[in-house]
Design a protein around this ligand. Structure first.
Ligand code: IMP
Ligand code: MG
Length: 172
C-alpha cells in the first residue's frame, strides 16, 4: 500500500472551487465561456467548476499524451484528442488539474491560438510554481504547492487514486 498524506480536504476543495467560479463569473459576466478540460485529470474539477459558474458555459475536452513514465512529463507532447467545438471568437478557459512544468499548457496555448479564440485563460486547481520550466502561468488557481506528488480529485498515480474526494501527497 502507498502511504498517502492528506493535503486538501474535500471541504477545502469545495470552497476553492466556489472562489474560482466567482472569479471567472465576475471576469466574464454577460459573456459565454468554453471550458476545455484536459483529460483525464481535470474531469472532476471541471464538473464541480461548471456547476458553480453563473456565466453560460460550454464544455469540451482535449487529451494530451506525454511520452515518459513515472512522475514527470518528458516534454514530448502529442494531442491525441482535440476539441470538437469551433473556438473562433470564443472565451476559452483551459481547465487543468495541476500546472507543473507548464509544458502541457504551453503546448495547448499554441494549439488553441491557431483556432482564433477571443481569449484563452488557464485555470488549474493546483499550481506547482517552483517546478516551472516555461513562462506560462494560470489566471485562475486553486492552491500553490511547493512540491510533492499529489493524487486524488482527478489526479492519479499510474491511474490510481483519481476518485479520492480530497487531495493527498504520495509519501515514498
Ligand atoms: P506539466 O506539463 O509538467 O505542467 O504537467 C502537467 C501534467 O502532469 C498534469 O496535467 C498531470 O497530469 C501531471 N502531473 C504533474 N504533477 C502531478 C502530480 O503531482 N500528481 C499527478 N499528476 C501530476
Ligand atoms: Mg493532466
Amino acid at each position: 500500500m502507498d502511504k498517502l498524506e492528506p493535503v486538501f480536504s474535500p471541504r477545502e476543495l469545495e470552497k476553492t472551487v466556489e472562489r474560482i467560479a466567482g472569479e471567472i463569473s465576475r471576469d466574464f459576466a454577460g459573456q459565454d465561456v468554453v471550458l476545455v478540460g484536459v483529460l483525464n485529470g481535470a474531469f472532476i474539477f471541471l464538473a464541480d467548476l461548471a456547476r458553480q459558474l453563473t456565466v453560460n458555459s460550454f464544455i469540451d475536452f482535449v487529451r494530451v499524451a506525454s511520452y515518459g513514465k513515472g512522475m514527470e512529463s518528458s516534454g514530448e507532447l502529442k494531442l491525441t484528442k482535440d476539441v470538437e467545438t469551433d473556438l473562433e471568437g470564443k472565451n476559452v478557459i483551459i481547465v487543468e488539474d495541476i500546472l507543473d512544468t507548464g509544458l502541457t499548457i504551453e503546448f495547448l496555448l499554441k494549439h488553441f491560438a491557431a483556432k482564433k479564440p477571443l481569449s484563452v485563460s488557464v485555470c488549474a486547481m493546483i499550481d506547482k510554481t517552483k517546478r516551472r520550466k516555461t513562462a506560462v502561468c494560470a489566471q485562475y488557481t486553486g492552491h500553490a504547492v511547493e512540491d510533492g506528488f499529489l493524487v486524488g480529485y482527478g489526479l492519479d498515480w499510474a491511474e490510481k487514486y483519481r476518485c479520492l474526494p480530497g487531495i493527498y501527497c504520495v509519501k515514498p
